[in-house]
Design a protein around this ligand. Structure first.
Ligand code: PMP
Length: 406
């Protein structure tokens, strides 16, 4: 039934393959800079103290059970998730023209949005994504029959944003195309537009009647400030755009495997906004029912507890500062060490970039040498997870980079 010309062997997921290679390496010096998950200064996963507290509260709650969540998820979670993303005083919330539905983390939210667009979007049925982008974007959209095209994003020379290239490609895309945007801490480059550049992009997107879809996986994790990391999305909403948002709580709560996420649709202001959003919400519920029936409870319960309690919320913000602060320290330290060693090239991009990742500019050949000679694991495109660096391995890493670049 399934011969190899019908079901060929698929390639291994490159990132998960990299993780397996790291695990199999027996060197005591090995360094994992592959997977985008936060690690503490001992290279260990970090359970946020506020998550431990929320977990304790949940475990002692005699009223909790394991019944199904509603199709749209836990309401106390989705409503606060919307506030977190849009801002408590968002015009979209005041005018009740947003719909929120709990999803299987950020991936599930991107998928639900893609599925919704595949069924209902009447514009140019192509999604424009940054070059490069999170690799999963391509397959999530193409799986539902929406092809991806790329807009320029990363400037190899400056290792910063190719803003003109990005803007012009979006301008040149056919009227009413879908434009996928990372609100902050762009994966894989760590390069973000400035707020002024976002304003220009909004103008271009408006002028072509494009449809923005924000994929937010790092709110609060990038700068440590939740509002700052959502500024791009909030600006577009203030400008009256109709848009979609995928929201992940994997990184900012350290709840990777618990799959807590949310999908938001916002309609444009106007007399029909509320009836439009109610129709959209009804269709999202139908899609959700056939895809997953209803979302998982545990992660959303944790997030909901924290978002609904002022004291826990403040503690969470503190935990966010711990994570983003340690990553910024590692950026400063890595740049300083490479400059001190006199490693050829410029290294300001290490501190200019933000969030989980840095696009180092290392070539595939250099990446492979680092793996073979120094047991340092990173993706072939030269992306490193900053969280994999710590005070114990950063010297070793800087010297190894120096050796392959010199
Ligand atoms: N979008 C982007 C840009 C990401 O980097 C990630 C995480 N790697 C996700 C979405 C989804 O992550 P998750 O499904 O774990 O929330």
């Amino acid at each position: 039934n399934f011969p190899s010309d019908v079901v060929p062997q698929a390639p291994e997921d490159p990132l998960f393959g990299l993780m397996a290679a790291f695990r199999a390496d027996e060197s005591p010096d090995k360094v994992d800079l592959g997977i985008g998950a936060y690690r503490d200064d001992n290279a260990k996963p970090w359970i946020l103290p506020v998550v431990k507290k929320a977990d304790e509260i949940l475990r002692n709650d005699p009223d909790l059970n394991h019944e199904y969540a509603p199709i749209a998820g836990i309401q106390s979670f989705t409503s606060k998730a919307a506030e977190l993303m849009l801002g408590a005083d968002s015009p979209a919330l005041k005018e009740k023209r947003s719909a929120s539905i709990q999803t299987i983390s950020g991936t599930g939210a991107v998928h639900l949005g893609a599925l919704f667009l595949a069924k209902f979007f009447k514009g140019n049925r192509t999604v424009y994504v940054s070059n490069p982008t999170w690799a999963n974007h391509h397959q999530i959209f193409s799986n539902v029959g929406i092809p991806t095209k790329q807009y320029p994003y990363f400037d190899k020379k400056t290792k910063g944003l190719d803003f003109e290239g990005m803007k012009n490609a979006i301008k040149d895309a056919p009227e009413r195309s879908i434009i996928l945007l990372h609100p902050c801490a762009h994966n894989p480059t760590g390069v973000d537009p400035t707020l002024d550049q976002w304003k220009e992009l909004a103008e271009v997107i408006r002028s072509k009647n494009h449809f923005p879809f924000f994929d937010s996986a790092y709110q609060g994790f990038a700068s440590g400030n939740l509002a700052r990391d959502a500024a791009s999305v909030r600006y577009f909403v203030e400008q009256g755009f109709e848009l979609l948002i995928a929201q992940s709580f994997a990184k900012n709560f350290g709840l990777y495997g618990e799959r807590a996420g949310c999908f938001h649709a916002v309609t444009a202001p106007g007399p029909d906004a509320q009836t439009t959003i109610s129709r959209i919400a009804s269709q999202l519920a139908i899609l959700q029912r056939s895809e997953i029936s209803n979302p998982p409870l545990y992660g959303a319960r944790i997030v909901s507890l924290v978002l609904n309690d002022a004291k826990l919320f403040a503690e969470w913000e503190d935990n966010l500062t711990t994570m983003s602060g340690r990553i910024m320290d590692m950026r400063n330290s890595l740049r300083a060490k490479l400059e001190e060693l006199g490693t050829p090239g410029t290294w300001n991009h290490i501190t200019d970039q933000i969030g989980m990742f840095s696009f180092t500019g290392l070539t595939e050949e250099q990446v492979m040498r680092l793996r073979k000679e120094s047991h340092i694991y990173m993706t072939k495109n030269g992306r490193i997870s900053m969280a994999g660096l710590n005070t114990k391995n950063i010297d070793y890493f800087a010297k190894a980079v120096h050796a392959v670049v010199s």
